[in-house]
Write a protein that binds this ligand. Structure first.
Ligand code: HSE
Length: 297
């Protein structure tokens, strides 16, 4: 018994929706092969150059599978093979993709006994290992697809999955290290009411924009007044990259997850290509190496 799962990269936060919004990308993706075994325990093999841990207790997919197995009464083991298509640390949900893919594969091998909400719960255990915080804004779109709203994690997980209108994403990944745990430490503990009002107005605007497929409304609503200003000093070139991206025709964008990648949403592939190049030029001028990814949602 063996299954193969493609688990996609995801954008989390999506501008104003810190820890709440997520968007699944069509590419890149991790390839997860999971084989059921009568021998209890989890054995992990990596087919990629990233030297990720193979001890299940220190591997995001291993921890997620262990959380799932706690709810399985029979003696089951797994052979897990991971081929990372998503570069770790690139800010497009690399750890979430592996954790989500592993539990989706396990569920298929176990007769689909768990709901998607339960799978999110298991995968979040893995994500907590990687980032130090239980958040589902990358896990949710990896498991549900499309545009997702994590409305609540406590007392019960409540996720809303909405379709996304046709969009092309441009992501630039500068080779600077920004750890999620560090970029959460810089966040303000309290928020002035006026800013909070502007932020939740944008949150409502962005959801409406997705539902109405109104690209202009999406563009007007992406801005994040609370988290991005605090993280701005961690990502040199962000302000300039945004300016050039908008000049090249992007709808709007911001920091991808906790960074250092920057994403921009676009109407067409051609615009996304131009926007990717425009953002890349900023980092080339700053003498910071970067990778640019362009792909459909
Ligand atoms: N919502 C999380 C953050 C995503 O911004 O810290 C981390 O990938």
């Amino acid at each position: 018994d063996s299954v193969l799962v493609h688990s996609p990269a995801t954008l989390s936060n999506l501008g104003c929706g810190f820890d709440v919004f997520g968007l699944a990308l069509a590419e890149p993706y991790d390839i997860i092969r999971l084989t059921r075994s009568d021998k209890p325990g989890i054995r992990i093999q990596h087919h990629d150059p990233y030297n990720l841990p193979t001890d299940p207790l220190h591997n995001v997919a291993g921890v997620a599978l262990l959380a799932l197995l706690k709810q399985v009464p029979e003696a089951v083991g797994f052979e897990l093979e991971i081929t990372k298509g998503i570069k770790p640390g690139s800010g497009v949900g690399s750890s979430a993709a592996s954790a989500a893919g592993a539990v989706v594969a396990a569920n298929a091998l176990l007769g689909n006994r768990f709901s998607k909400m339960q799978l999110v719960d298991f995968a979040m255990e893995g994500e907590a290992v990687a980032s130090g915080a239980r958040h589902a804004d990358n896990i949710a779109p990896a498991i549900f697809g499309g545009f997702t709203v994590v409305r609540a994690l406590e007392p019960v997980i409540d996720i809303i999955a909405l379709p996304a209108p046709p969009l092309w994403v441009a992501v630039v990944h500068p080779q600077i290290e920004v750890k999620t745990s560090d970029s959460r430490k810089v966040l303000p503990a309290t928020v002035p009411l006026g800013l909070a009002v502007r932020q939740w107005a944008n949150v409502a605007g962005l959801v409406s924009g997705f539902l109405l497929a109104d690209y202009d409304l999406i563009g007007r609503s992406l801005d994040d007044y609370i988290v991005e200003p605090a993280r701005l000093p961690l990502i040199p070139g962000l302000a300039e990259a945004r300016m050039r991206a908008l000049a090249a025709g992007a709808i709007g964008g911001g920091i991808s997850g906790s960074g250092p990648s920057i994403f921009m949403l676009n109407r067409t592939e051609a615009t996304a290509q131009a926007v990717g190049e425009a953002m890349g030029s900023v980092f080339t001028e700053l003498k910071i190496e970067c990778n640019v990814y362009v792909g459909p949602v």
